[in-house]
Design a protein around this ligand. Structure first.
Ligand SMILES: [Zn+2]
Length: 722
């Protein structure tokens, strides 16, 4: 793609920074920061009208028409000309010209969305409709009965004049200059630097600032024109507008009056859903970075709208906002994603920095909105997340809100993908493990819903829609390998480009282009996406046997321990078991577990000191590391009537002792030199598995002898401090 800046206006300065790809400055995970600052990525709170209008994903609206285009005009002079104080009500007038065709030729009514607005008048195919031909918005909807002006085969053109009236805190946001925002670590007290008006719509608030078909799968072409006050003598100290697509023109008027305005006209030539449409206005500094592809064939302009103070910031220690430093990383991110995915799908990109903003960032098509706090230089992962959305969310949009995990899982996985571009596999896994922790921490006691098919009120829950969903992408990658995974992801992005995909489309793309996976896709998606929870894997046994020929065989038994309503009793899992011996000896075995218990045998050239389930983190699971093996005196593989095993996790080591008969046992821990350093006495009931905490020991090798069992047990045990 080539993009030339055709429009050069003296009153609209564009500064260009040549940016080379560089090692990023980011270390702190965006989510950690988001938690500190009390907002989430791309999430949206309940808005005014939704308290009475809750739409379940299963009740996806199918309307009998297809919108082809929106041409929105909004006159924002009034909110800008109000005094600089917080008002209880703001108002603006606008009109939206909608081109549409009927899908159902028998349809008589056109139901559209709208909220916090009055419909003033409607022109339908050039005919002004009477007032009783349309209703006023109620519960987020209204309808129009075009009568005999309706064309059943051709394109219909409908212009709706409307007036917004609201408190500027939902869908449309208005903040006066000088308003106190909050106290943030590093940057201190924050104030609104310039009067600010912006829209924020996901999932269902576009209807607050324009009448529309407010569902994600009726994508249309769009233009947005916003009228804002203009003072010719104030030069650059004038209001600018940022919206989707390209700025086509800025028109001034009326030239004779004292109060003048400018109309900023943006057009997006690619299809867009309503929730990704945006308009922002303030006295912004506007400047550009450029991404130029390695072969110099593609160049993408990244146009940033920030407050002058943040553009002027020079510090890089987080003590002030520094837009050029913080957003400069976008060039490298675009290279990272373009290298791994399909080419950047739009003609340009950019950010608008706003504050206050209840969220971290929002992936508005070609013009992401970010929280101003991201300009402190510590939110690279957030900036990468929003850029990744241009592929997962904007190029391919979730078909329903129930499929939002395709958007958010992709963008969250994209954070790790960007990490991999500069920090290799280590940084990739660091990021994925941070998401794993986020999921497991929030999912405490299995309270979380499944990824798919949940109510719209909870679709932005972090644990599943973001963290667990990112692992769906990761697990497909580890199951298929990079080559097949990426080629299939490319097919998905090409096959559904500029359209929508539902979960079944995603699944069928993998079925088609990456057949015969280790775990059948129907099982994979059912257990991970349709059902809640995750597997918990434990070693039930790890023993060594001497064969008659003198060879040593290691037997291991792994159990799935998850147990809760709706959580799969059995997960089908491909993973690796890693066995360690003395002096760094190591061996791995790949298994596919399709039952609650897996029993395996391996002939190893060393004594096992430690065994780890899924050390590479190919699957999302809670899992044990086990150290030490039970030395069996038997020569066959029949499980004994008593056994013991030592488990370690990050915090502690425990010993589990099992016996088919009740007995008193004495457990003695010896150093490798034979000094007894701890003893535990316990009574075990028949068929009881006793779980005992071991004393806190220094890292090293120990013997554990267990007396009182049917046969004495001696464990050679390597204790790790993790
Ligand atoms: Zn997101």
């Amino acid at each position: 793609m080539m993009y030339y800046l055709l429009l050069i206006l003296s009153c609209y300065s564009v500064t260009v920074h040549a940016q080379e790809y560089q090692i990023p400055f980011i270390v702190s995970p965006a989510f950690e920061e988001s938690k500190q600052l009390g907002y989430a990525l791309c999430a949206h709170s309940n808005s005014v009208y939704k308290k009475e209008h809750k739409l379940g994903v299963q009740a996806q609206i199918l309307r009998p028409y297809d919108i082809l285009s929106y041409d929105v005009f909004m006159d924002w002079q009034k909110p800008f000309l109000t005094p600089d104080s917080v008002l209880s009500e703001y108002t603006f007038s606008g009109h939206n010209t909608i081109a549409y065709t009927l899908i159902d030729s028998l349809a008589k009514e056109i139901v559209l969305n709208g909220a916090l607005m009055t419909i003033d008048s409607i022109s339908h195919n050039g005919v002004l409709l009477s007032y009783n031909s349309f209703t006023q918005p109620y519960n987020g909807e209204w309808k129009c009965i075009p009568g005999n002006t309706l064309k059943t085969k051709d394109t219909n053109i409908m212009t709706i004049w409307y007036t917004y009236k609201g408190n500027g805190r939902d869908g449309l946001f208005v903040f006066p200059k000088g308003m106190y925002v909050d106290q943030y670590p590093g940057t201190g007290p924050n104030y609104v630097e310039e009067k600010l008006v912006y829209t924020m719509s996901e999932p269902e608030d576009a209807r607050i600032w324009m009448p529309c078909n407010d569902i994600p799968n009726d994508k249309a072409r769009s233009s947005i024109t916003v009228r804002v006050p203009f003072k010719p003598n104030d030069g650059e100290n004038n209001i600018s507008v940022a919206a989707n697509g390209n700025l086509i023109s800025i028109k001034e008027g009326p030239l004779s009056s004292d109060i003048q305005y400018r109309d900023f006209y943006f057009r997006d030539t690619t299809l867009i859903p309503t929730y990704l449409m945006v308009a922002n206005a303030s006295i912004f500094k506007v400047y550009s970075d450029w991404y130029v592809s390695d072969n110099k064939k593609d160049s993408i302009e990244i146009i940033n709208y920030v407050w002058q103070k943040d553009y002027d910031g020079t510090k890089t220690d987080g003590s002030e906002y520094n837009a050029t430093y913080s957003l400069g990383m976008t060039v490298g991110m675009m290279k990272a994603f373009t290298d791994k995915l399909v080419p950047y799908p739009f003609k340009r990109y950019g950010h608008t920095s706003v504050q206050p903003f209840s969220f971290g960032g929002m992936e508005h098509q070609t013009q992401t909105t970010i929280n101003r706090t991201w300009l402190a230089g510590k939110s690279g992962y957030g900036i990468a997340h929003e850029l990744m959305h241009q592929w997962t969310g904007d190029l391919v949009t979730c078909g329903t809100w129930g499929d939002i995990w395709l958007n958010e899982g992709g963008a969250t996985w994209g954070e790790a993908l960007w990490g991999e571009s500069w920090g290799g596999k280590t940084e990739y896994m660091n990021r994925m493990l941070a998401k794993r922790r986020d999921y497991l921490n929030i999912n405490n006691k299995n309270q979380q819903p499944p990824i798919y098919g949940i109510s719209i009120d909870i679709i932005f829950n972090y644990a599943t829609t973001y963290a667990k969903s990112s692992w769906i992408y990761h697990m497909l990658r580890t199951m298929l390998g990079d080559s097949l995974y990426y080629s299939t992801l490319h097919k998905y992005m090409n096959d559904y480009a500029y359209g929508n995909a539902i979960t079944d489309d995603f699944k069928s793309t993998f079925k088609k282009y990456a057949p015969n996976p280790k775990i059948p896709y129907d099982i994979f998606f059912d257990q991970w996406v349709m059902k809640p929870g995750h597997p918990i894997l434990q070693f039930a046994s790890l023993r060594e046997f001497k064969e008659n020929n003198g060879d040593t065989i290691t037997q291991y038994i792994i159990q799935q321990k998850q147990s809760a309503i709706n959580i799969p009793n059995v997960f089908h899992l491909p993973f690796t078991i890693t066995f360690y011996g003395e002096n760094g000896k190591k061996s791995t075995q790949d298994i596919i577990m399709t039952d609650r218990v897996y029993e395996g045998y391996v002939k190893l050239p060393f004594r096992v000191t430690k065994a780890v389930i899924d050390e590479q983190h190919d699957i999302l699971a809670e899992k044990d590391t086990v150290s030490g093996v039970f030395l069996s005196a038997e020569s066959d593989y029949i499980p004994t009537n008593c056994h013991a095993i030592v488990y370690s996790n990050a915090i502690e080591s425990r010993i589990k002792v099992f016996s088919t008969e009740s007995r008193d046992v004495n457990i003695h821990i010896y150093t490798i030199q034979g000094r007894n350093i701890a003893s535990i006495s316990e009574s075990i009931l028949s068929n009881e598995q006793k779980d005992l905490l071991l004393p806190d020991l220094q890292e090293g090798s120990y013997f554990i002898s267990i007396q009182g069992m049917a046969k004495p047990i001696l464990l050679n045990w390597q204790h790790y401090k993790q």
